[in-house]
Design a protein around this ligand. Structure first.
Ligand code: SAH
Ligand code: SF4
Ligand code: F3S
Length: 469
């Protein structure tokens, strides 16, 4: 009888750098898993790496400029190690495709968000002397069966992707082009991942999707509306509120967060589910983008200012102490001064805890780039953005000050950046909170009495552990 002796392939080192949104950071963990099964182990030292992957973002022009700068620096690594393989993955890879290989001579591999299973093959092609590319988008890939390898993790909180792609086509946005059609992941695989994280000692998960409110599982395949499902599909359909409930029940000892909600789609069912479960955090990221209905229409956001305000009111009625954050774009095509004022007044009315605020950046190929003039001058965009930021800072400060004298629940994530004697974590509403360590440990859920508050941070002292954990 012949015995097969398998010699283990030499371990090669993989260094991954992630840019952009949480979905990209989550994808890097999938990439590490796929590469890990093929003889690559992660390293934190880029100079020790045999393969360097940049998992890139294309959302604004400056995101891409950062990657180009980074690639320039990587020339030095390649000089030191001629066998070093450099790959550009993610949204910029998908947007630029083979142009990247033409423009950036040192890039060996280009792979889009749906082709990560092919990475080992692409690297093998480079080993053979070729340059390799795969940017095919899929209508089905969710990587649901993989076990992500947690990278740069604090061991306390982790992301779980529940869907991929986006079908919304907001006119300014490149994501539908870089991440393809929306598809939802099998709830069983999501719950399995959540339970595995609980067993590994994690205390918090964030369910991720570009528009979580349109999550719908009915047995797999491309997205469909609920009304178009067959009777059999309807009987097994799981929507986002159902998924939240299933997750809250599956891991009752973990805190659950999610992002991102869409103002058009978020409904009472989701918010009421949040209210029913103690372990679902009272926090919603609800990007408005603009406070003016004409601009929202040009953005193809499919809601008006009034609709957005109704949604905020609905949330505050059901969950009075819910944290709400926002994304805002300053100086979108044709935005007038009055329309900009509408954004400021919406912010004032909504009292967002914090916001991510950007100047509009035209992205080639998007509906806005094709049909609308990017006609707000750069200095006007800049000034409007500054006004938006100044107002948000004021609101954040007032909002945070309301916690002074109150006890908040903080999950300890890491040492505070400023002091080795203090812990840093977030309260239920996702506000960073810092307090003296005393005998508390990373991963503890701690009651903190808030003593002071700045625009970004609450400070206080621990007054005990939270019971339900
Ligand atoms: N799916 C999420 C957002 C994903 S992109 C949602 O729909 O809300 C994150 C944020 O980047 C967006 O909310 C938007 O505020 C901003 N953004 C997207 N495209 C942009 C562009 N072309 N210029 C400036 N900001 C942009
Ligand atoms: Fe982009 Fe709109 Fe999709 Fe968000 S919902 S990812 S802004 S297209
Ligand atoms: Fe950027 Fe892609 Fe996320 S463009 S914001 S990394 S989906």
């Amino acid at each position: 009888m012949e015995t097969l002796v398998q010699t283990p392939a030499a371990v090669r080192k993989l260094y991954i750098e992630s840019y952009g949104c949480a979905m990209n950071f989550s994808d890097s963990e999938i990439i590490a898993s796929i590469m890990g099964e093929n003889g690559f182990e992660p390293t934190q030292d880029e100079f020790d790496a045999d393969v360097i992957f940049l998992n890139t973002c294309a959302i604004r022009d400056n995101a891409e400029q950062r990657i180009r700068e980074r690639l320039k620096h990587l020339r030095a690594n390649k000089k030191q190690n001629r066998d070093l393989i450099i790959g550009v993955l993610g949204c910029m890879a998908e947007r630029l495709k083979d142009k990247l290989l033409e423009e950036e001579k040192l890039v060996d591999v280009v792979a889009g968000p749906d082709s990560y299973r092919e990475l080992p093959k692409l690297v093998a092609e480079v080993d053979e002397g070729a340059r390799a590319i795969n940017v095919l988008l899929s209508r089905e890939e969710t990587y649901g069966d993989l076990n992500p390898v947690r990278l740069n993790s604090n061991g306390v909180s982790a992301f779980i992707s529940i869907m991929r792609g986006c079908d919304n086509m907001c006119s300014f946005c490149v994501v539908p082009f870089t991440r393809g059609r929306e598809r939802s992941r099998d709830p069983e695989s999501i719950l399995r991942e959540a339970k595995e994280l609980a067993i590994a000692g994690y205390k918090e998960i964030t369910l991720l999707g570009q528009n979580v409110d349109s999550y719908l599982w009915f047995g797999g395949g491309p997205k469909k509306e609920f009304k178009n499902l067959s009777e059999e599909e309807k009987s097994q359909a799981v929507d986002f509120a159902d998924l939240l409930e299933m997750t809250a029940l599956a891991v009752p000892e973990m805190r659950i967060r999610y992002s991102t909600s869409h103002p058009r789609d978020i409904d009472e069912k989701v918010v009421k589910t949040m209210a029913r479960f103690k372990n679902i955090c009272n926090y919603i990221h609800l990007p408005a983008q603009s406070g003016n209905s004409r601009v929202l229409d040009m953005m193809s956001r499919n809601y008006t200012r009034e609709w957005y305000m109704e949604k905020v009111k609905m949330i505050r009625d059901i969950l009075p102490d819910c944290g709400i954050s926002c994304d805002i774009i300053a100086g979108f095509c044709t935005e007038t001064e009055d329309e900009h004022q509408d954004t400021l007044s919406l912010m004032e009315w909504s009292q967002f805890d914090f916001s991510y605020m950007y100047k509009y950046s035209e992205r080639p190929g998007t509906p806005a780039a094709k049909k609308l003039a990017d006609d707000v001058p750069e200095d006007v965009k800049g000034r409007r953005l500054q006004e938006i930021i100044a107002l948000q800072n004021e609101i954040s400060k007032t909002r945070n000050q309301r916690y002074i004298g109150q006890v908040v629940e903080v999950l300890v994530e890491a040492e505070s950046k400023r002091s080795a004697d203090e812990w840093m974590g977030r309260n239920d509403q996702n506000i960073v909170t810092v307090f003296p360590k005393e005998n508390y440990q990373k991963g503890d859920l701690v009651k903190v009495l808030v003593e002071s508050a700045s625009t970004t941070t609450l400070r206080g002292r621990a007054v005990g552990r939270v019971e339900w954990l």
